[in-house]
Design a protein around this ligand. Structure first.
Ligand SMILES: C[S@@+](CC[C@H](N)C(=O)[O-])C[C@H]1O[C@@H](n2cnc3c(N)ncnc32)[C@H](O)[C@@H]1O
Length: 228
């Protein structure tokens, strides 16, 4: 598959997901806000720092809150949010140590993470009852939890941000010809969420679904883009 073909296929998935979301209870103003992030040219410069990019996106749009980093792996995303004053917790059945350094965008260099640094960690698979403890549930390429995050948000009113990638340990699968992202978006609409697609310029599956739920959004026009 050529890069051009790949780009067109991704855009086509994005457009189909956007149509599914628009058919639900989505607010057109919020749809425009969330989809306005990346200019077409910018998408060609895919970057590898997905945790920094998602943390920047999140803090641009959401006020700090109690956030769960579901399937958070090493916990760098949660760590970056914690540095910004968020109450971040990793939920992942496999506990891993934080990396010992990360690329700081503002300083344009790698910065060490002291070995004593920690983020709160629940060593367990996600289940919907955990939604009661959080305002926002984030699943970045998380396994076995996309449908449950949507269920939890429907029950407890929290928001969610999902970047679904593989279909692993989920209660349903897409039929042939339907992308997993469409399937997840459809389920979110079916469960009554106002949900919106957006893209961030990192490598890999970079189409996200955001449902703000009860979370407080940053006032439009206020610049609080963080420095990473
Ligand atoms: C592909 S990794 C993604 C890690 C990280 N979010 C990232 O983007 O690099 C999937 C993660 O999901 C975790 N996981 C698997 N089953 C899970 C479940 N039921 N609930 C929460 N996390 C799960 C795995 O342990 C793993 O860390």
């Amino acid at each position: 598959m050529t890069r051009q073909h790949d780009r067109e296929a991704t855009q086509s998935v994005y457009d189909r997901v956007a149509r599914i979301c628009a058919a639900g209870s989505a607010d057109p103003a919020l749809a425009a806000r969330f989809s306005a992030e990346i200019q077409p040219g910018e998408l060609r410069k895919m970057k590898k720092f997905r945790f920094q990019l998602l943390a920047r996106w999140l803090t641009t749009h959401f006020e700090p809150c109690r956030v769960a980093d579901i399937g958070g792996g090493k916990g760098l995303f949660a760590y970056l949010l914690q540095r910004r004053g968020w109450q971040a917790t990793v939920i992942d059945p496999v506990r891993q140590d934080l990396p010992d350094k990360f690329k700081d965008f503002a300083l344009n260099r790698r910065v060490k993470i002291a070995s004593a640094e920690r983020v709160p960690h629940m060593d367990r698979p996600f289940d919907p009852s955990l939604g009661r403890y959080f305002d926002l549930l984030v699943g970045m390429h998380a396994h076995g939890s996309n449908a449950m995050v949507i269920d939890a948000a429907a029950t407890f009113g929290c928001g969610f941000v999902l970047f679904p990638c593989c279909v692993i340990d989920e209660p349903f699968y897409p039929v042939i010809g339907v992308d997993w992202l469409e399937c997840v978006a459809d389920y979110a609409v079916y469960k009554g969420h106002a949900v919106y697609p957006f893209r961030i310029n990192f490598k890999g599956q970079n189409i996200g679904l955001v449902a703000p739920g009860r979370c407080e959004l940053v006032e439009l026009g206020r610049t609080n883009v963080p420095a990473y």
